[in-house]
Write a protein that binds this ligand. Sequence first.
Ligand code: AGP
Length: 589
Amino acid sequence: MCGIFGYVGSPGASNTILTGLKRLEYRGYDSWGIAVKHNGSIDMTKQVGAIGDIDLSNKLNRACIGIGHTRWATHGGTTVNNAHPHIATDGSFVLAQNGIVENYQHLKAEFEKKGYSFVSETDTEVIVRLIEDTLKTTRDLTTAVREAFLTLTGRNTIIVLSADSDRIIAVRNGSPLVVGIGDDEFFFSSDTLSFADKTSSAVLLENHEMVKFDNGKLTFVNVMTGKAFDPQIQTLDHTTTTIDKEGYDHYMLKEIVEQRDTIREAVQYDESEFAPLVNAIHNAKSVYTVGAGTAGFAAGQIAYFLRTVASVNAVELKSYETLGFENHFAKGDVLIAVSQSGETADTIEAVEKAKSKGVAIASIVNMMGSSLIRLSDHAFLTRSGPEICVASTKAYTAQLSWGLVLAFASAGKFKDGVSVINRVSKQISGYFTDELFSRIKGIASGICSNEHFFVLGKGQHYYTALEGALKIKEITYKHVEGFAAGELKHGVIALIEKGTPVFVIVGDDEHRADMYTVAAEVKSRGAYVIGVADRTSTLFDDMIPSFPGGIADPAVKIIGFQLLSYFLGVALGNNVDKPRNLAKSVTVK
Ligand code: AGP
């Protein structure tokens, strides 16, 4: 979702900002813009679509300061006019925003009455007019930005560039904001990954904190109190910040293959590091897991592991559907939040609600220094490295592997959990063969003209069915539904017709016989049955072969779906790393 990148330092700011924006591309965007200040005026470039190989060095190679933005449309279509930054009527400043101004309609109507005009359909332009209006009385841009910011409702992070002096002001509420501190240069960004090749020192701002670069120096202020404070400068771990396809055609395939290591990395913790969380779980009246999308399915699977391995009565909540549970949240409960980015607005809101009721927050997150980590009492990192493909693959299996070990630790068998993961990790390493890839490519080319697919799973593979279906949807834009196999006869079977591809997940578990029955039932209605299984069966028309992963089988069987999605997406000519309409980091509700 939207990304902010500001820079002040040496000449060539335009290209530095473009490079920074490219490193934010993975978040998902549909248009972009940059504004640099030179000789007392602002020069802007805005475009719809991807940044591509544009070079701005000839245009304004002397500018030393500027801001940029990647936009994922919320209010107003994908047009150059709606792309950020947005400029003040008198050209005295430009502004870019991440978030949604929830009171923008009210503010817009007020400013229209006052005679202000709007050139875009965005909620962002309202902030620009608000600052302009406040400037009439305050006469100082920093004061006006602060006062305007306090008038906004919703989660908003903004960055402002002044035309008349070398000044950048940025304020955070909700969407992330970090400041990279280099040698005589500063970076203002939505994440540390965007400047990780330039500096390893950064300040991670909290909500309601403002940073100002003016007169060659940085100042940090709490916007609520107006008081300046000394920031904590953190040192980033550069080993997890490389962004490179490493010879693969796409990040998606690279990240799928990386699972041979990432599921093991996610459990590199000592038992003592799990102990405080395990203790909180044992003492809790209620244990919840929460997430959205793929992370929501991982949250469901983690609750399943806690119930089945450790007899903990864990309940899965969807981040965006916690309203009915709010009255039940109580001091002493535990909520485990699952997220790759650690910035998902729905998940953060659920966590904030629970936290306000005294619930202890645990999280399993991939992005260091993210909001969710900072909100957590028990924070764990998946340590999967950057996941650039918008569709989550390695983060999902890492979350599962961590959740499985948490469940084993909660059952007093931490070491057994780690051994299961180590074994499966070794097996996954041998799983990625040319033979497997050709087989799945073959299945993909046989079904890529179909429009409807169904995925059925049971027990430990209920969430595999849901996540498998989501993966195919995201990359192929086909209609794919994942169901609990038990639902089949209660309605779903009406959708099966001759040739409909149906994926039947058969694990090495107590549901094997039921899943064969399900395969027979859809087959007898004409379905093209594709087993996702460890053993062949005459019921299967085709099969994605796998190996038995035991209790960790959900982290194994999903890989077949990830590969199938990838090869289907490639066969269909889709942009597999950046599927249409999707954003990697969903920082608005
Ligand atoms: C996964 O493929 C998705 N694109 C999406 O469902 C994602 O899992 C969801 O938006 C949650 O993101 P998070 O893990 O960063 O919280």
